[in-house]
Design a protein around this ligand. Structure first.
Ligand code: PLP
Length: 459
């Protein structure tokens, strides 16, 4: 079935956008100056189309989420069928419907091992709120109510709710809303290009791990509930930790009896070439948060995977876990997520990312290393970054001020037909997992062209 292309009155939409709409993470003064938001009207495969008739290669899979690509009729059909049968019911007070039960079992199969249970929410931020409350509740049940502190990393992104921003390590987000809330401690991130440039990777890794241990000791291990981290920091700038970092962090958590939480909101569902990012690093977290790729963004849904020993404690002690959302286990969202996982399995998207397209992207990005603006390229699976520098061979940024060059190159990329994101002076990409070799070539060709065009603008 072909979907008819609808014509939108873009001028009218921009007028209404300015008059009534507050888009997310937006400077509303700039929105006015630009005459309204960029309006995306349709999408297919790895391409999005804007209201001005441009086709743009979506190097960001929407917002790191459209893993199976756009235009999947099976997902629309799954939503349609479920909506007619049972569009909505809740999971409060010992109630459920078939889709969340089936989806929980499917996710448990993918998590494997001791992560046996699943709690549903609608967004990644809510998943991390659930982690926050569940970890503290667990320690209370265990008779250690003083274990309330979460340790996280600077520049981590764990969402936009009060707990999400607090767990996250974005200082500019903390500034709005008087955050973080008490009980969250931030430590050094394993960002070798910025914070360990030229340093021996093993020494840098040891330094980053020691920063965590020092904080645990300073806070008092008996007060620490959990350590939380993204296997690869996404919104922080695609920060891939050095070899050995995650096993060492896991060992620290075991040494001090602290829960290990992985925020898999970006890394889950094949992004790093495994169903979950922690599986790439061979570690066993006690809880994981997931969202985005779980439904490929077709409908909002998130989940928290929980280890058996935590669930055993809840079952053993009894009493309600007084937490949940109207849309926890939403039948239509769960039905779409189930179909999305089925598509990923059928098309072997996780294996393909690990064995084929992930390594292909890494090689393709590495061809940019001859350009004067490129300080480093890095990727793992289908998530990658290009560091923009002023002087080749250094990590010195333009105008001696971080964050000046990235947006300039990003805007040129978009004009040239590629959607990427600038995170300070890193250009990051995270394309749909269906991307082909030819489309990766096209993505990297636009990056090259844009980096070349940006040079005279920046110098
Ligand atoms: N955690 C990580 C690692 C994320 O990247 C995000 C969003 O980008 C979130 C949590 C928050 O997810 P949401 O925007 O669905 O609340």
């Amino acid at each position: 079935m072909t979907v008819p292309i609808r014509n939108h009155d873009i001028a009218e939409l921009k007028r209404l956008d300015l008059a009534h709409h507050l888009p997310a993470q937006t400077d509303y003064k700039l929105q006015q100056t630009l005459g309204g938001s960029r309006i995306i009207t349709r999408a297919d495969g790895v391409y999005i189309h804007d209201g001005e008739g441009h086709q743009i290669l979506d190097g960001m899979a929407g917002l790191w989420c459209v893993n199976v690509g756009y235009g999947r009729q099976e997902l629309a059909q799954a939503a349609y069928d479920q909506m007619l049968e049972l569009p909505y019911y809740n999971t409060f007070f010992k109630t459920a419907s078939p889709p969340p039960i089936r989806l929980a079992a499917k996710i448990a199969e993918k998590m494997g091992g001791h992560l046996t249970h699943v709690f549903f929410n609608s967004s990644g931020s809510e998943a991390n709120d659930t982690v926050f409350r569940l970890a503290r509740h667990y320690w209370k049940l265990k008779g250690q109510p003083q274990r309330t502190v979460f340790i996280s990393r600077w520049n981590a992104y764990h969402g936009s709710t009060v707990a999400g921003v607090s767990l996250g390590g974005m200082k500019y987000m903390h500034e709005q809303g008087d955050l973080p809330i008490p009980g969250v401690e931030h430590v050094m991130q394993p960002y070798s290009f910025n914070e360990g440039f030229g340093e021996d990777p093993a020494a840098f890794c040891a330094r980053a791990v020691k920063a965590i241990e020092d904080r645990i000791v300073a806070v008092g291990p008996e007060n620490v509930a959990a350590f939380i981290g993204e296997p690869v920091q996404g919104a922080g700038g695609v920060i891939i930790p050095p070899d050995g970092y995650w096993p060492a962090v896991e060992a620290l958590c075991r040494k001090y009896g602290i829960l290990l939480v992985c925020d898999e909101v970006i890394c889950g569902y094949g992004r790093l070439g495994q169903w979950f990012g922690h599986q790439h690093y061979g570690i066993k977290p006690d809880m994981i948060a997931m969202a985005k790729g779980l439904s490929s963004g077709y409908l909002p849904i998130s989940a928290v995977g929980v280890a058996d020993f935590i669930v055993d404690e809840l079952k053993d002690k009894g009493g309600d876990f007084v937490h949940g959302f109207t849309y926890s286990g939403h039948p239509t969202c769960c039905a779409v997520a189930l179909k999305n996982i089925e598509i990923m399995e059928r098309e072997g998207l996780v294996e393909r990312t690990r064995q084929d397209t992930g390594p292909y992207l890494a090689k393709a990005l590495a061809t940019l290393n001859d350009l004067p603006l490129v300080g480093e390229t890095r990727s793992l699976g289908l998530i990658g970054a290009v560091e923009i520098v002023r002087e080749k061979g250094t990590n010195l940024r333009f105008l001696d001020k971080e964050g000046e060059a990235g947006p300039v190159v990003r805007d040129i990329c978009i004009r040239n037909g590629l959607m990427v994101r600038a995170i300070r002076d890193s250009l990051v990409c995270c394309p749909p997992l269906i991307i082909t070799h030819a489309e990766i070539d096209a993505l990297v060709a636009i990056l090259r062209k844009s980096l070349i065009e940006a040079e005279p603008v920046l110098r």
